[in-house]
Every structure is written in structure tokens, then in C-alpha cells.
Design a protein around this ligand. Structure first.
Ligand code: 0X9
Ligand code: ZN
Length: 415
């Protein structure tokens, strides 16, 4: 998505209508999701299609591009593509199926039947913690570009606070992946509310210290609620370019400099930033990872994304390199995928990130695996496989959080 505050008169015609003026929300009525196959030599055509698109939904290197296109640019994109098909006829209508936000009420299972405002997510965490003061506390991991604190909850069991290896979980790295906020909150909710009644959960809480951060990109998340539902990156500006945002999952300071797995173009969905770790959000998250490493170590790191239904492990930056414990990483992922399938039939693809999906540099799990020395690091890509994409309908929240929790429980048991 391109610059925000500049006058729409200055914009190329192709972008008019997809760039909101300040405080104006993008209306996606009539926009389509097109799946385009690129012709043989693609660099230039791909750049032109990305210029014409409001958003790229799968901004890595894959066989096809899924792009959100305004009604006036559909013909131009179709003409550039070798082949194209319509994946979604009306993005505005699909977004409407997400359902309304519900008025805030204290944490209960019904929280997981609707999406919520950022302010309410903050209240949820606060109120959840307030119900379990003996075994949890609120934690922070630095703050965002716009000064929002990155909030989380630390949960421990019978060994006492900080006595066990860490399980660290990040959600909503990419602002538009709303199901990941709900899912990571559900993990915290399950650990705390089931501790006294469910022996399986109690054993898991007693085994690790959990650090769950449901929204690590708060500025981007707020922006998806005020201006553009399909925003991905943080909200960092540059003096040299009007495009906004760094991709937090391309900014981690490990193998950041390796070419090919991120973009150096500030307008790209995968813009890596000007220097390794130069996004404030990354600075806070790096400090958190390093501190947990230096304390009791990190046993399991999960970076929760959507969509695609994948469980991926390092490495992102190199498609042939494997961690020493690749076989164990695969076996935990296999058992998580079968646990998910057993709950709902939802099928997951598992594998090393680069060779299974696409290359990424400066991504979270490469950082946690090597500098962070985490025993197991995974990226989850939750539902679905593209029908609704980032705007999963509200009636899929509970099925998604429940199946994912089953997968995570099986990982925790084996970890
Ligand atoms: O591109 C990403 O950051 C993740 N996908 S998303 O659609 N949620 O943006 C995938 C990261 C997994 N790592 C690799 N594929 N290397
Ligand atoms: Zn993501």
C-alpha cells in the first residue's frame, strides 16, 4: 500500500481510490482478488502488477501472485498476466462477513466468537491476568513506532515465576492477520482457565514459563481497524520515500543482509528496512528473545501468522540448510498437524520454511533458532487456504483457535 498523507491529486491514476487520505478508510467494495500467473521473465511485469494492486496477499516468491485489485485496474492487471483467475469477486463483501466487533465484556469463552478492537484486546489481557494474579503477570517487549507498548502475559506454574525454560509466542506480526490475535489469546486463556481442572494443561503450565504476546505490531493492527483492513507492515516512515512500513518479519538482525528473501523497495509488502533490526518493534522483540535465552533458555518459539495452513521451521534464508535437530522439528510438526486434523479435519502442510513456502531473510524463526538458541522454532500459518484469507469469518474463530490449540498442546508435550 502506498503513501498515506499525500494528496490523492499527486498520485498516479492507478492508485487513486486505494490510498486513503488521512482518517479515511479504504472501501474494498468491488475490489477483486486475482490469482495471476506471471509470464516467463517476470521481474518487470511483477513490479507493474504490484504497482497496480492495492495489496499483494502472498508477497513471497511463489508460483502465482494473489493481488487485491480495484475495479478500474482489473483489466490492466489481467492484460499483464500470463493467466489469471478470480479468487474473490468482492473483497468488500468478504470483509463484511468478519462480523461486527462486540461490546467489551470480561474474558469468557464468548470472546472467541467475534473480532475486537485494539483497546479491547488490551483490556482482555489485563482482565485475564487480574483473574490469575498468583501465576501470571503482564509483560512488555518494548514499544512500537507510534509509542504503543507491546503487551503480553507471562504465565507460570508450580515451580514459581521464571523457574522453567521459556515458551515464547508472538501473534499479529502482520497487522491484517486478525485470527492470530484471537488464537494466541486463546492459548493464554486455556493455560490459565484449565490449570486447576485439567491435568494435561496443569502439567504443561508446570513444565514451562509462557510468554504470550498477542499483538506485536500494534500500530499496524490499529491501522487495519481505522484505515486499511489489509495493511501488513508496521507504520514506520522514511524521509526519502512516501511509502510507509517495514515488514517486521524481514527486519530481524540475523541474515538480514542476504539477498533474495525480502524487498529493498519501501513500497513493497516485504520491505526489510534500512538496516538490520531498525524497526522499534524488532528492537523490543530482539531484546525479549535475548533476555529469555540468557535466563532459562527458550524451549519453543512460535510465530503465529495466517493464512495457508502451514507449520514451518528454519531456515527461511537458505533452502538447503537444515538445523541439527531437523528430524525432531519434523516429528513435533507432524504430531501437531495430526492433532489439528483429529479435531476438525483441517489439513496442514509441514516442512522447512524456505523449501516448503519461499525464502525469507531477517525472519523471526531464523533469529530465534540461531542467535536466540531456541530449541524449537516454528511459524504457524493458520486458516484458511485462500477462500477468505485474512478476513476469516467470525464463525471460524472458535474452530480455528480450538484446532490450533490442539496442535500446540501436542508440541508442548513433546518439547
Ligand atoms: O512471509 C511471511 O513472513 C510469512 N507468511 S505471511 O503470509 N503470513 O506473511 C511466512 C514466513 C515463513 N518463512 C518462510 N517461508 N521462509
Ligand atoms: Zn504473516
Amino acid at each position: 500500500m502506498k503513501g498515506l498523507v499525500i494528496s490523492s491529486l499527486l498520485l498516479p491514476l492507478a492508485l487513486a481510490g486505494v490510498v486513503p487520505r488521512a482518517e479515511e478508510k479504504v472501501d474494498y467494495s468491488g475490489f477483486k482478488v486475482l490469482r495471476v500467473a506471471l509470464p516467463e521473465s517476470t521481474e518487470d511485469i511483477e513490479a507493474q502488477i504490484e504497482e497496480l494492486a492495492a495489496h499483494v496477499l502472498n508477497p513471497g516468491k511463489s508460483a502465482h501472485l494473489d493481488v487485491v485489485v480495484s475495479p478500474e485496474n482489473i483489466d490492466a492487471v489481467t492484460a499483464l498476466a500470463a493467466e489469471s483467475s478470480v479468487v474473490n469477486e468482492d473483497v468488500g463483501a468478504a470483509l463484511a462477513e468478519e462480523g461486527e466487533f462486540k461490546a467489551y465484556a470480561v474474558p469468557s469463552e464468548s470472546w472467541f466468537t467475534a473480532y475486537h478492537s485494539y483497546a479491547d484486546h488490551t483490556l482482555f489481557l489485563r482482565d485475564l491476568q487480574a483473574g490469575f494474579t498468583g501465576q501470571s503477570e503482564l509483560v512488555t517487549a518494548g514499544s512500537s513506532v507510534q509509542g504503543r507498548v507491546i503487551n503480553g502475559i507471562h504465565i507460570w506454574g508450580s515451580g514459581g515465576k521464571g523457574s522453567k525454560p521459556a515458551v515464547l509466542i508472538h501473534g499479529t506480526v502482520h497487522a491484517r492477520e486478525w485470527i492470530t490475535t484471537m488464537t494466541t489469546e486463546y492459548f493464554a486463556w486455556q493455560l490459565l482457565t484449565k490449570y486447576s481442572s485439567d491435568a494435561t494443561i496443569r502439567a504443561l503450565v508446570d513444565k514451562f514459563d509462557y510468554y504470550i504476546m498477542p499483538v506485536v505490531n500494534p500500530d499496524g493492527f490499529v491501522y487495519t481497524q481505522t484505515n486499511d483492513r489489509l495493511w501488513r507492515k508496521n507504520r514506520q516512515t522514511l524521509s526519502s520515500n512516501s511509502c510507509v512500513g517495514r515488514d517486521i518479519n524481514r527486519n530481524w538482525p540475523y541474515k538480514w543482509e542476504v539477498p533474495g528473501g525480502a524487498s529493498t523497495n519501501p513500497c513493497s509488502e516485504t520491505y526489510k528496512g534500512q538496516a538490520a533490526g531498525d524497526a522499534p518493534e524488532n528492537r523490543g522483540l530482539v531484546a525479549q528473545v535475548n533476555a529469555l535465552r540468557d535466563a532459562r533458555g527458550i524451549r519453543l518459539y512460535l510465530d503465529v501468522h495466517s493464512y495457508g495452513q502451514y507449520i514451518l521451521w528454519p531456515y527461511g534464508y537458505d533452502c538447503s540448510l537444515r538445523p541439527d535437530n531437523d528430524a525432531k522439528l519434523r516429528s513435533l510438526a507432524t504430531s501437531a498437524a495430526s492433532a489439528i486434523r483429529a479435531v476438525s479435519g483441517t489439513g496442514y502442510t509441514i516442512g522447512p520454511a524456505c523449501s516448503t513456502l519461499y525464502a525469507t531473510t531477517g525472519d523471526s524463526t531464523d533469529y530465534t533458532d540461531v542467535p536466540g538458541n531456541a530449541t524449537y522454532s516454528y511459524t504457524y500459518e493458520l486458516r484458511d487456504t485462500g477462500t477468505y484469507g485474512f478476513s476469516l469469518p467470525a464463525n471460524q474463530i472458535q474452530p480455528t483457535v480450538r484446532e490450533t490449540w490442539a496442535g500446540v498442546v501436542s508440541m508442548l508435550q513433546g518439547a
